[in-house]
Structure formats: C-alpha cells, structure tokens
Design a binder for this molecule. Structure first.
Ligand SMILES: Cc1ncc(COP(=O)(O)O)c(C=O)c1O
Length: 399
C-alpha cells in the first residue's frame, strides 16, 4: 500500500482499480485445482477465463518452457524464431488458414485482423473501409477492438471511438441483408459470444454470413479468442459451423497461461501485410512460442479435445437436470466446455456462494453464470461440481 497524496491519511492500493477482484489470493495451481495463500483448495471452473485449457501448470507445457528458459528467453522478430515457425506450421496444418502473425493477447490479435482487413481493402478497392461486427460482441480493450465491440456499456467514456465499424444485431437473418455497403471490407464475429452471455451463433445464420462474404469478396474473420484451442469441443469452433473463415484470431488457451496471441489468415488476405506493415516486440518470442507449441502439439496429438467434447455434453446434461429442479435456472447454453447458465437471480450471487463452497465460477453479464472447466477435467470433478452447485441453489431456495 502507498498513501494517497491528496489524502495522506488514506491508504490506497498501488494498482489502478480496473478490476473488481474477488477477495482471495491464489498462489498455486495444478490441474483443475488452485490454492489460496491460506491453503484453501478450490475447484477452478474458470480456467483463468478460458486460458488454462490444459489445467494449471500442465507438465507438457512446463517441460517445454523450462527447457526454453535455459536457452533463450527473448530475441526480436528481426531474427528467425524456430519454435514460432513450428507453431505457425502446426496452426496452419490444423486450420483452414495459410499463414500466421503472432502477438501477445486477444485484443492485439483482433487489432492485427482489423489492420489486415483494412490493408486488403486498400489493395483491392481503395478508400475508407468498414468492418461489420455484432451487438453483444466483445473483441478487446484497445481503441480499435473496443470500437469493434458491440457493447455500449464497455465503450462509455472513451469517445471518440474509431470510425469504420458497423454493428448489426447478432443471430438476426434480416440484418445480414444490410451487408455490404460500398465500404464494407470484412465481417468480424464470435461463434459463441463469451463475454456477451455465452450465446452460440445460429449455424444457418453463420452459413448465410459466409455466403454473403463470398458473394461480395468480403473477408470473414472469426474471433476464436475464447472459443479456440479446443474450448468448444473442436480445435476451433468454426469447424462445427461448416465454414472456412479467411482470418481466425486466437489467444487465451494458445499459451496455457503464457501471453501469446495470433491471427491465422488465408494467403490471399495475408499478402496484404509486407515487411514493416505490422509488428510486435514480444509477439511469439521464444518463451511464449515454446508454451504455445507444447500446448498445440498436445491438443492435436492427444484425445483431449474429443474427451472435452464428451465431457461438455455430460456437464450440459447435468446442468439441464438442475434446471428441471430449480426454477431460478432459465436456460443452459453454450458449446463444449464453454457453458452458460441463464438465471433469474443475480449471477454474481451464485458465483460468490459457489466460492464459499470452494468452487470458482464466472459471470457473463448480470444473469449468466459462466462455466469454463479445463479440458482436462474429469467426470468425477464434474459430478462434485454439480453437487456443490445444487447445494448453492438449495441455499438460495431456503433464503
Ligand atoms: C472473444 C474475445 N475476444 C477478445 C478478447 C480480448 O482478449 P485479451 O483480454 O487477451 O486482450 C477476449 C477476452 O476475453 C474475448 O473473449
């Protein structure tokens, strides 16, 4: 703590209060569990907000990073970085994209996608470009990605936002017919809106969106920052939609907790970037690339994602059973292990009661409890989670 210079008697945190933090301090993690500084054990069904998809401190990633720690931590992108190239090759092999650009976070990945789309438009048409995004979407906190985001409450106080974004209603077929205008160069969409309330995009709506993009030579960009890396039961969520996006943005689960983000783009779009057009000091540096490579190698060579798909169904079924039992639960939705429970009460109160019972959960808006177990969870963990959740709703009913 430091003292407040205006009010020397008041102690203030040295941190700018951009987060409303829960009142626990986590100091250790392994698999699905974390421990606080008092030694309390929690079942973590948040996975660091869809980031620790392989659980906490997974051995496969730990070993790879430890080896890299002994060799070289950082070198600039002005030199070849073998693990970055290997990781790019794996991402290309297992997606519909051709080339990869690395950065450090989700917002930066979307920022790169936005810049790439604008440059592509400059090349083929020229003039000011417009990108279509959707209401309730979340694409990040930089000025560009904030402007792309479709939630006014998050944008408040940051005017002027960047121009060049048009927000259309999500999952609305009629709205799709408003695409394109003369200026439209791309569409950016989440296939399951995460922060916006765990809302899956309708499959036929997404397929119509792809058709419109193809008919009008627009770039289809999917924001897979929360849905990617096996979270929804396939490596990328787009695989379940029968589409082939031109640009895929990823981050979160890519590094198992090490900061790394990326876009994977089709060659015809990727060509719009040449040397000097975009860059990042840390993007895909040896340490984060080694974490990313170990993570992706594990996901594509093990049965982990299939297991997560099956476990996702199992958990959803169990939550549906709870819904039949408790009137407060209105809907269970989501894909794979990205699930949301719509409740008639304050979702945060459920999260807080669950934490008292040593289970960590998240919200996604005021009425949605977000459930994000690691892909490495088990049936037993899901069973014990569901029985604790049942206790929470029992307590709520008795109150
Ligand atoms: C869909 C989506 N896009 C972008 C972001 C921004 O990612 P980051 O916080 O790594 O910048 C997030 C983060 O929650 C996200 O869920």
């Amino acid at each position: 703590m430091v003292s407040n210079t205006l009010h020397p008697t008041i102690e203030v945190s040295p941190l700018i209060p951009t987060y409303k933090r829960f009142p626990i301090t986590l100091v250790k993690g392994k698999g699905s569990y974390v421990w606080d500084e008092e030694g309390n054990e929690y079942l973590d069904f948040t996975s660091g907000i869809a980031t620790c998809n392989l659980g906490h401190v997974p051995d496969v990633v730990k070993e790879s990073v430890e080896e890299q720690l002994q060799a070289l931590w950082h070198c600039s992108n002005l030199y070849h970085i073998p693990k970055q190239e290997e990781l790019a090759a794996q991402l290309v092999k297992h997606s519909c994209g051709d080339q990869v650009f690395f950065c450090n976070s989700g917002a930066e990945a979307n920022e790169a996608a936005i810049k790439l789309a604008r440059r592509y438009f400059q090349k083929i048409k020229g003039g000011e470009a417009e990108i279509v995004t959707f209401t309730q979407s979340f694409h990040g906190r930089t000025m560009g990605t904030l402007s792309a985001t479709g939630q006014e409450n998050i944008q408040q106080g940051f005017a002027p936002l960047l121009s060049g974004f048009r927000h259309l209603p999500f999952n609305d077929f009629e709205a799709l017919e408003q695409i394109p205008t003369q200026k439209t160069c791309a569409v950016l969409v989440e296939l399951v809106q995460g922060e916006g309330g765990v809302i899956p995009a309708d499959i036929r709506w997404v397929q119509r969106l792809e058709e419109i993009c193809k008919e009008n030579d627009l770039i289809l960009m999917v924001d897979e920052i929360q849905t990617g890396m096996g979270r929804t039961g396939t490596l990328f969520a787009y695989e379940q939609y029968g589409i082939e996006p031109d640009v895929i943005s990823i981050a979160k689960g890519l590094g198992s907790g090490f900061p790394i983000g990326a876009i994977i783009a089709k060659e015809k779009v990727a060509e719009a970037f040449g040397p000097g057009n975009h860059g990042s000091t840390f993007g895909g540096n040896p340490l984060s690339a080694s974490a990313g490579l170990a993570t992706v190698n594990h996901l594509v060579t093990s049965d982990r994602i299939n297991e997560a798909f099956i476990l996702g169904h199992y958990l959803k079924e169990k939550l549906e059973e709870l819904k039949d039992e408790f009137a407060e639960i209105k809907e269970v939705r989501g894909k794979g292990l990205l699930l949301g429970m719509v409740v008639s009460c304050d979702a945060l109160s459920i999260v807080e009661k669950a934490r008292e019972k040593k289970v960590l959960l998240l919200t996604a808006g005021p009425n949605v409890v977000r459930i994000l177990p690691p892909l490495t969870t088990s049936k037993q963990e899901i069973d014990s989670f569901v029985s604790i959740l049942k206790c929470v709703f029992d307590i709520l009913d008795r109150a």
